[in-house]
Design a protein around this ligand. Sequence first.
Ligand SMILES: CC(C)(COP(=O)(O)OP(=O)(O)OC[C@H]1O[C@@H](n2cnc3c(N)ncnc32)[C@H](O)[C@@H]1OP(=O)(O)O)[C@@H](O)C(=O)NCCC(=O)NCCS
Length: 167
Amino acid sequence: MYKLRPMQEGDIPAVMRIQADAYAAEVLEDEAVIRSRLVRCPQLAWVAEDEQGLCAYLFAYHSQVGQVTPLDGEFQAYAEPNCLYLHDLAVAARAAGRGIGPALVRHNLEQASGSRLRYSALVSVQGSEAFWSRQGYQPHEALDARQQAHLASYGIPAVYMVRNLHH
Ligand SMILES: CC(C)(COP(=O)(O)OP(=O)(O)OC[C@H]1O[C@@H](n2cnc3c(N)ncnc32)[C@H](O)[C@@H]1OP(=O)(O)O)[C@@H](O)C(=O)NCCC(=O)NCCS
């Protein structure tokens, strides 16, 4: 069994351990940037906890569709956001395949349902495209050169994906 709850500052060391467990070295982000994301957008940062402790996390923020967050990029503030951007979803290897990732995504999408956001988007890495298409996201091809450079900052194959939000 597991439960979802809002991330707290004291969770960051466990978040860093899950990040190291779940991601290739090329895409590991700095602790300072990760801490700043929690400060910027605490209402969209959630964790999953089971008997053994923290086992998954998700960071998100409100963006504009078509804007890609570069690796180690700060969350920008937009005057008129239209997109729930899922920046980083990671599940500890020991907890994979139990539906925890989808539960965190569903939770954030439901949180957005009372908002005026029309889209949700993310950058898929590490062969997670099929996982994200099961969550309703499709590759979005029309990126300008600047956004393609942001995508290239990941240094490994990365795909920007978008879905509509139904209110
Ligand atoms: C991608 C990720 C978020 C999926 O989260 P999850 O909670 O494992 O998702 P699910 O429970 O739906 O499992 C996803 C698939 O992984 C498979 N899987 C992976 N590890 C497994 C394990 N140890 N046991 C059983 N199934 C496993 C399952 O078969 C499942 O496929 P299915 O939906 O056809 O059954 C998670 O694997 C992860 O954090 N990966 C590393 C970080 C990453 O790449 N994040 C995405 C970056 S965009």
